[in-house]
Design a protein around this ligand. Structure first.
Ligand SMILES: [Zn+2]
Length: 471
């Protein structure tokens, strides 16, 4: 498959590249095999000799960029997206999260309906890769994996592991827990095996759904369970996800229960590894970031749910500058929006308020600006999250072709697409509207970043497969 047009990606935190009129070739494994300016002799040869499907021409006024990576999403809680967010975290968990999870586990048909719709919404929002929290029951998580696989989404599916009941005594939700550490470990092992089984018949490059070990968070897991999961991850090479230092009440709870911080609990159980993604980490600082860097563990930053549940913002600028691997998570349904574009905007807004506070604080110990800009947000939403999962999130030879088409304006009329209005198009570009040489400027992309929505999205590809058609 050959794609010709403008490509936009962020190879590094502070580098956004716009590759005008390039030719990109995708091989039968769905990986990028060629990328170069379309006017080079080699590109012309490829175009002339193309015997595959017709070349995909990206129109003037549109560009191709990597799909978004959502590094933290609770699939069952999608059912209660945008519900009850005025409650404190532990009450919200009890009232909505555990209820959603137990309902999915009781009713496979409901789970299939919710997860099918979730996959559709992810595609609409340009999310090609997602790291999911599921439920306790194996079968329900296999339904989740099947729904993502059927939709063509690259999905890392986590069966919850929890052997301590946190359902409050007066709760309307019935007890939601596994019977013992041994049973929980056996269930985790079984899920890993059967989740791999869903894609075992496919060529390796197309096995884009995989299991993830998922101790919910420290308060729901005994040390026996955590030690077992740490061993299992090391033995099988399976990824791990959990929540770390998320909220004030959760941090204090762990301290009271275990007498140490939750980062220490994960560390001593061998659960801080290069395969690990920890959500939130809002209460961590420089010394803990150093520990995560040493372990090559990544953070899923969830700025929207932090604003509701964490009591303080995550020090994103500091984490990035220190060198921690960070991606973005929507944290549905602690966060109400599935659209990573909203996570990017919230990440920038939060960082700017932190910067304002730093400037006004006479005791501030740092003179460094702690805001991030929209291009950096785009980096963590694509490449940052991908690197956390061992992927690339850029356009480079050898990388999987995971991409989305973004339309800024109609090349024939100069009308902005969807919510976008460009009044200076004709004076901005070097030629007339629709001229092949007319560049897509950073200002045009920035406007889309600020106010664009699903109406700007065309086709979406994952591993070379077109999972959402051009509309
Ligand atoms: Zn979460």
């Amino acid at each position: 498959m050959l794609v010709r047009g403008t490509f936009v990606h962020t190879p590094q935190l502070k580098t956004l590249e716009v590759l005008h009129d390039h030719l990109l070739g995708v091989n039968s494994d769905g990986c990028i095999a060629y990328l170069a300016p379309a006017n080079l002799p080699e590109s012309k040869r490829l175009l002339d000799r193309n015997v595959g499907p017709p070349v995909i021409e990206v129109p003037i006024g549109s560009f191709i960029m990597p799909t978004f990576c959502d590094l933290h999403l609770h699939a069952p809680q999608f059912m209660y997206q945008g519900t009850g967010l005025d409650l404190p975290l532990m009450q919200w968990l009890d009232r909505y999260a555990l209820k959603a999870e137990s309902r999915m586990d009781e009713d496979g048909a409901l789970a299939r309906r919710v997860y099918t719709r979730l996959a559709l919404r992810l595609k609409e929002n340009g999310t090609g890769t997602v790291l999911l929290f599921g439920t306790i029951k194996e079968e329900t998580n296999l339904i989740l994996a099947e729904c993502m696989h059927a939709a063509g989404i690259r999905a890392f599916v986590g069966k919850l592991s929890m052997d301590i009941d946190i359902t409050s005594p007066g709760s309307l939700t019935k007890t939601y827990v596994e019977p013992s550490a041994a049973a929980s470990l056996e269930n985790a092992r079984s899920f890993v095996k059967h989740c791999h089984g869903i894609v075992a018949h496919l060529p390796e490059s197309q096995r884009i759904v995989e299991p993830v070990l998922t101790p919910r968070f420290v308060p729901t897991c005994t040390d026996e369970l955590l030690t077992g999961l740490g061993d299992l991850s090391a033995t099988l090479g399976v990824k791990v996800q959990s929540h770390l230092a998320e909220a004030k009440d959760q941090v204090e709870w762990v301290r009271a229960l275990r007498g140490i911080e939750d980062i220490d609990v994960f560390d001593k159980n061998n659960l801080l590894t290069p395969r690990t993604v920890q959500a939130h980490c809002t209460f961590l600082g420089a010394p803990e970031f150093d520990r995560l860097i040493a372990k090559e563990t990544s953070i899923a930053h969830c700025p929207l749910s932090n604003a509701y549940f964490s009591a303080k913002p995550f020090p994103l600028r500091e984490a990035l500058d220190q060198g921690v691997k960070v991606g973005l998570g929507t944290d549905v349904a602690g966060g109400y929006s599935l659209d990573i574009m909203n996570s990017m905007r919230q990440a920038v807004s939060t960082s700017r308020i932190r910067e304002g506070q730093r400037q006004m604080d006479p005791d501030s110990s740092t003179s460094a600006d702690c805001s991030i800009d929209w291009k950096e947000a785009l980096f963590i939403a694509t490449r940052g999250g991908s690197v956390a999962l061992g992927l690339q999130g850029i356009f480079a030879v050898g990388a999987p072709f995971d991409a989305q088409e973004i339309r800024l304006y109609d090349p024939r009329t100069g009308e902005g697409a969807g919510p976008l209005d460009y009044f200076d198009l004709e004076s901005d570009v070097s030629g007339s509207v629709g001229d092949q040489s007319a560049p897509i400027s950073l200002e045009y992309i920035e406007k889309w970043w600020c106010i664009g929505d699903t109406r700007n999205r065309g086709a979406v590809w994952v591993q070379g497969n077109e999972i959402r058609k051009r509309v």
